[in-house]
Design a protein around this ligand. Structure first.
Ligand code: SF4
Length: 347
């Protein structure tokens, strides 16, 4: 059994049962359980409060699964990129973005991606496989184990893969990350970024916690979005926007600025209208330099003008600056800018 693949409630019962079957006292179950996420250990042998025979039995029956850190790259601006090896054929990235007291970790939910958005490095890889719940949460747990970094304060599902395409695992991973006896990260500090897989968007909205949601929008009409994001053929923009209404808190529209693809005045007018209607915050992101072939980022001045027009039309807008450019810090999802806080211009 892999305890780290279970929800905290399931893991607590499983540990209690295992301890009871061994005939050990019940308080041992609490000691063991705490070591999964609340006070995590890399291996059972790192615990100092358990008898040696119990440690040996844990190593044998309930070993703690971990990814291997294959590469770590640190940017001059403090952004850190991790490459985790999960098995012989699978490696995924996470990016840690420190910003004063906030440490945001961008996690991957799939190896590769099936959706082929034209501006995205992960999309160009094609789909490899879904990650398991523990493989998603391990990206957070590993940081908690490493005194150089410590547990992140915020988590965003903006790494490799489309999280709502891997709903079963992401649903469970959200519980593990948020649960008070899991990683204990507040729901408002966890953001799911999606291109809008409508049935699972509705499932996410139906959860009682209020996780934050960011829609990868990137074009304000179905016709223009379909040129960038093939998903529009399956889930047209109107259906996605309708599903977004089920979220009680303000949502974010992510909008990567691509020269002559989605940065015209008409785009700004259409975008302002849907953002106003949805009460959404628009985040403008410069396309990562050297990103997708044949696409160029909008100019800085162009982005500022676009933002100004959106504001004049009543939309709420931020522009983000890139972080970790020297380490290709923008992993997976957009190959643009995974920066979440460093707005150079916000109102
Ligand atoms: S942007 Fe997201 S959904 Fe689109 S190809 Fe990239 S990882 Fe997949």
């Amino acid at each position: 059994m892999n305890l780290l693949d279970l929800t905290p409630d399931e893991a607590e019962s499983a540990v209690s049962q295992w301890i009871a079957d061994r005939g050990d006292p019940a308080y041992r179950a609490r000691q063991v359980f705490r070591r999964l996420w609340q006070r995590p250990v890399a291996a059972w042998c790192d615990t100092t409060d358990l008898p040696r025979t119990l440690v040996q039995a844990l190593e044998q029956d309930l070993p703690l699964q971990r990814p291997t850190l294959e590469t770590l790259q640190e940017s001059v601006d403090g952004t850190v990129k991790f490459l985790w090896r999960l098995d012989e054929n699978t490696a995924v990235e996470s990016v840690l973005i420190p910003d004063r007291k906030r440490r945001t970790l961008c996690v991957s939910s799939q190896a590769g991606c099936a959706y082929g958005c034209v501006f995205c490095a992960t999309g160009a890889m094609g789909f490899q496989r879904h990650l398991l719940p523990w493989e998603i949460t391990a990206q957070v747990r590993e940081l908690a184990l490493d005194p150089r970094f410590g547990a992140p304060t915020h988590v965003v599902f903006m790494g490799m893969g489309e999280p709502l395409h891997n709903w079963t695992a992401v649903d469970r991973a959200l519980t593990i990350l948020n649960h008070e006896r899991g990683m204990g990260i507040g729901a408002r500090r966890i953001t799911v970024s999606t291109i809008g897989i409508v049935p699972n968007l509705r499932r996410l909205a139906a959860r009682s916690e209020q996780f934050k949601v960011a829609l990868s929008l990137h074009a304000p009409t179905s016709h223009r979005r379909g040129r960038l994001m093939p998903v529009d053929r399956t889930y047209p923009l109107a259906e996605v926007l309708d599903a977004m209404r089920a979220f009680r808190k303000r949502v974010t529209f992510e909008y990567v600025m691509i020269k002559e693809m989605n940065d015209s005045e008409a785009d700004a007018r259409d975008l302002a209208q849907i953002a106003r209607d949805a009460g959404a915050l628009v985040n403008l992101l410069p396309l990562h330099p050297g990103g997708a072939q044949g696409l160029e980022p909008s100019s800085n001045d162009g982005i500022k003008q676009f933002a100004g027009l959106l504001r004049s039309l009543g939309a709420q807008v931020t522009i983000r600056r890139s972080r970790g450019l020297d380490i290709s810090g923008a992993c997976g999802q957009l190959r643009v800018d995974t920066t979440l806080r460093n707005d150079v211009e916000s109102k």
